[in-house]
Design a protein around this ligand. Structure first.
Ligand SMILES: [Zn+2]
Length: 174
């Protein structure tokens, strides 16, 4: 997940150019997301692999990188489940609301919670993928995170090792 400010910027630069455009629906193809009923857009040149936000009408949306969908479908499934979890666990709504209330440097206040939210969404995704009987998607997520090693998986995010270990631990649980 990326924070809504970044998401909106990314969506604007990728999809629309005029400042009133956010009042209109995002123009992009959608993909069938088997893990939740949230509209999931596919963007060919998204800078992130996936993200969650709300649209101009405050409806939850997910955006996923088109290249990831085409090249590594099992990992794309992990990401879609992970983004669904950010919505169902209330992360997106909470961050969106809090960013609206905070003054300058809102990231400073939210950063400590981002780590926990990522680990929570990963574990929730694992549960969902287990339920759907998709061990290959869980493993694709674990492997992708492990490749970051001791580096953070994003600004203010847990390290790759932390996320890979967390995914494995969640997968081992009943
Ligand atoms: Zn996330």
């Amino acid at each position: 997940m990326r924070l809504p400010v970044l998401l909106i910027a990314a969506v604007v630069s990728a999809c629309v150019s005029s400042s009133d455009a956010l009042a209109r629906p995002i123009w992009a193809p959608t993909i069938d997301n088997p893990y939740c009923a949230i509209t999931t857009f596919v963007l060919p040149d998204l800078s992130e692999q996936a993200m969650s936000t709300v649209d101009a009408d405050e409806r939850p949306v997910i955006v996923i990188n088109g290249l990831t969908v085409r090249q590594t479908r099992a990992y794309a499934n992990f990401l879609m489940a992970h983004e669904c979890c950010h919505h169902t666990l209330g992360h997106v709504a909470n961050v969106h609301r809090r960013l609206g209330q905070l003054g300058p440097q809102p990231f400073f206040y939210i950063a400590p919670q981002l780590k926990g939210m990522e680990l929570e969404a990963d574990c929730c995704a694992v549960r969902m993928l287990k339920f759907k009987n998709e061990p290959e998607s869980i493993e694709a997520g674990r492997l992708a995170m492990s490749q970051f090693g001791s580096s953070p998986t994003g600004a203010h995010y847990p390290t790759g090792d932390e996320r890979a270990d967390n995914i494995a631990a969640c997968a081992a649980k009943d």
